[in-house]
Design a protein around this ligand. Structure first.
Ligand code: LMR
Length: 397
């Protein structure tokens, strides 16, 4: 009956978690999946989230289905965080926002929408990107290619090549972009580079789809949204998928959002209706608990301030680990330039390690990185960083 069903070799990131969990070695270090672990190597429960959960539990509310589009107070919180409270596009009601099943759910609903209403459009992801971008867009029936992005020779963006590529694309081509903390490289565009990209998007009438999963881990919550706010200010049509998995440490609650910036309020209403239909067809409505907690944290002045400082503490700890790794490795291998560890931003670092070196790290030292050489810097702490640096030095020699 099912002999013809194709074998699934597993997801490169999620399968690695399984292998890591099954590894009996006590010294093992998980630098694979993009999860923020604290200085004790534990998944944190943010104090702001805990307070919101205690308050919510005390209310012991009944649990009806949420509407297809999710909670109104969650959706407005998403809009304020992404676009800034004073964004004229919000006052003009030009932005259609729904609560989604994490960032992946937002990408899926957005990709389904684009395939339905722009059936000829092809999508382009950065080379490299988070593997699931391509899977989700192809899964929605959209042909998906890559645009030049990372230059392994010098660890920077192939900026001119990328612009030339964008200039050659047909109208309505979809560009999947990372507004901050590029996954997997950690190499971001500068503001001037974003300005140039957005100008081409405008003149070539391309469709930007910005996926932001690490807001607050780059510079700060506002600066990390620079590209989103600039695109909205230019009046571009824009898709934004966002996730609270990392910056609220609510991974399993599947808290995300999809926002579509439209030319006017009438079109935003049309788009909003189709997004709701898209949700109904796939999962009917989003989960409630994470939505209530997120909305409470974001909409309560004191909780929100507390949350912001918690996000910045996570950001700062990641930066500290980057600096420490740079210092230790530079001392060990002085003829090699490790500056990229401190210039890359966010949770990830493209280490430049080959798949064979990554495999050696795993086999000989129980240090887990994604085969591409991507390291989750947030898995480092004072207790394991010297061990990891020694292991890196061993495979790099
Ligand atoms: C990652 O890139 O490791 C995270 O976004 C988790 C995932 O789902 O892949």
């Amino acid at each position: 009956m099912f002999q013809h069903v194709e074998f699934y070799p597993g997801d490169p990131i999620l399968s690695l978690v399984e292998t890591y969990l099954n590894d009996p070695r006590a010294e093992k270090v998980n630098l694979g999946i993009g999860i923020y672990f604290d200085e004790n190597g534990k998944l944190p429960v943010l104090a702001s989230v805990r307070r919101a959960e205690i308050e919510r539990a005390a209310e012991a509310q009944p649990r009806p289905y949420l509407p297809m589009e999710g909670l109104a107070e969650y959706r407005s919180a998403v809009q304020n965080l992404l676009f800034g409270t004073d964004n004229p596009a919000l006052a003009d009601k030009r932005i259609a926002t729904i609560q989604t099943l994490g960032g992946s759910g937002a990408l899926k609903i957005g990709a389904d929408f684009l395939h339905r209403w722009f059936p000829q459009a092809q999508a382009y992801v950065s080379d490299p990107t988070w593997d699931n971008h391509k899977s989700i867009f192809e899964g929605a029936g959209i042909q998906t290619g890559t645009y030049p992005y990372y230059n392994p020779e010098n660890g920077s963006v192939k900026f001119e090549e990328m612009l030339t590529f964008f200039l050659g694309l047909p109208e309505n081509s979809i560009l999947i972009l990372h507004p901050c903390c590029h996954n997997p490289t950690g190499v971001d565009l500068s503001r001037a580079q974003w300005d140039a990209v957005l100008e081409i998007i405008q003149t070539r009438k391309l469709i930007p789809f910005m996926d932001i999963a690490y807001q607050g881990f780059g510079d700060d919550l506002d600066s990390d949204a620079y590209a989103i706010r600039k695109a909205a200010a230019l009046g571009l049509p824009l898709f934004v998928s966002n996730s609270f998995s990392k910056n609220l440490s609510l991974y399993g609650e599947r808290v995300g959002g999809l926002s579509v910036v439209c030319p006017n309020a009438e079109e935003a209403e049309l788009v909003f209706g189709q997004l709701k239909l898209g949700v109904r067809r796939v999962y009917s409505s989003p989960p409630a608990h994470g939505g209530y907690i997120t909305a409470r944290v974001m909409n309560d002045e004191a909780l929100c301030r507390q949350w912001e400082s918690e996000v910045y503490a996570m950001r700062d700890r990641i930066r500290l680990m980057r600096q420490k790794l740079y210092d230790v490795l530079t001392a060990k291998i002085p003829n090699r330039d490790f500056r990229y560890f401190i210039t890359q931003r966010g949770m990830f670092s493209y280490t430049g390690l080959s798949p064979a070196q990554v495999q050696r790290l795993q086999d000989e030292f129980a240090v887990y990185l994604v085969a591409s050489g991507r390291m989750c810097v947030a898995g480092l702490n004072e207790g394991n960083i010297d061990y990891v640096a020694d292991a890196f030095a061993e495979v790099l020699r």
